[in-house]
Write a protein that binds this ligand. Structure first.
Ligand code: NDP
Length: 303
């Protein structure tokens, strides 16, 4: 289920990497009972009734918060199409955001618009503490890219993970301590019941004054009015936002013109067709051999 141009690209790669699959493009799918695998960006109505023999729903992205997990029949597996090239692209964006905040580029942009030529003190990367929330597939790739630049790194995660050159804070009980030592905070969590609204006024107030925020998770992770208040009060010094609660935001949204916000239209990363098809092809082999599927979503956790 995709627009025709995208669907053509998936068809081409699938015919090379998984030629045994017959490809049908929505809405010309023939008899729905013959459909074993669906690739979709968005949830489908009456999935269980329409596709009685569905085995795997492939979510064409890294996040699955758009799907209602409780509505999926037990026999249907939900799989995310993340791959290493998607993680590389995300890491590139995080690197860009961290460097922009680290080198105070938002201030220099304001100076440029105001006709001011005003050098400010430089902070060495070794004195800058960068923390990543969600040390998963994408978070780990971003940390690996940041490490050679010499930042002080840390992570916050549900379970203990290895953070290159730094430490991992675990669970809600260590969240405030983690935030308290983030000069630049990068949110890379999945959106779940537990992480919805996680960055609210109380949490933002735990950050060192003037800290930077990068949000590449989901807009709903951040309580937007709380962030705007924190930006206006100087508690948060600048924000690089790739995701918002409403995308695109309304014309009146303060995020469009806020001088301390760098806004991008949800482009930090995207599913890579070749890598996504490689996951599908590998999962066909695994299914045949009765081995666990790659990138399977754990429905009890919601990601
Ligand atoms: P993963 O599932 O690989 O990683 C998620 C990490 O978050 C895991 O390490 C997990 O911990 C941790 N986590 C989940 N819930 C909690 C919690 N309640 N408390 C603490 N840690 C938690 O996901 P990805 O790295 O592949 O993707 C992360 C998110 O990035 C996606 O869900 C999506 O929303 C977003 N994304 C955004 C894009 C963009 O363009 N802006 C593009 C692609 C993805 P544990 O290891 O213990 O399970």
């Amino acid at each position: 289920m995709a627009d025709p141009a995208d669907a053509g690209e998936w068809r081409d790669y699938l015919s090379t990497l998984a030629p045994e699959l017959e490809f049908r493009q929505w809405p010309d799918i023939g008899n729905p009972a013959e459909v074993r695998y669906i690739l979709a960006w968005e949830p489908l109505a009456n999935l269980a009734e329409q596709f009685r023999n569905l085995r795997v729903l492939y979510a064409a992205g890294a996040g699955v918060d758009q799907f209602e997990l409780t509505q999926l029949p037990d026999q249907v597996s939900l799989v995310r199409l993340v791959d290493s090239s998607m993680a590389d692209i995300m890491a590139e964006y995080v690197l860009y955001g961290v460097l922009a905040l680290h080198r105070d580029i938002l201030t220099y942009q304001e100076d440029q618009r105001g006709g001011r030529w005003q050098p400010r003190p430089i902070v060495h990367a070794s004195q800058r503490r960068v923390g990543v929330m969600g040390v998963g597939n994408l978070g780990r790739a971003a940390l690996d890219r940041l490490q050679p630049l010499g930042f002080q790194l840390s992570g916050w995660n549900r379970s203990l993970k290895n953070v290159p050159g730094g430490c991992c804070y675990v669970g809600l009980e260590q969240l405030e301590d983690f935030l308290g030592q983030c000069d630049i905070l990068v949110n890379m969590l999945p959106l779940t019941v537990e992480t919805d609204g996680i960055l609210n006024a109380a949490r933002l107030s735990c950050l060192p004054r003037g800290a930077g925020l990068i949000n590449v998770g989901r807009g709903a992770h951040v309580v937007e009015q709380d962030l705007l208040d924190a930006l206006d009060a100087g508690q948060v010094g600048g924000a690089v936002l790739d995701v918002l609660l409403q995308e695109p935001p309304s014309r009146q949204s303060p995020f469009w013109k806020h001088p301390r916000v760098l806004l991008t239209p949800h482009i930090a990363s995207d599913v890579q067709v070749e890598g996504g098809v490689a996951v599908i092809a590998e999962n066909l082999r695994r299914e045949e051999e009765g081995r666990p599927l790659l990138n399977l979503v754990d429905r009890s956790k919601g990601y």
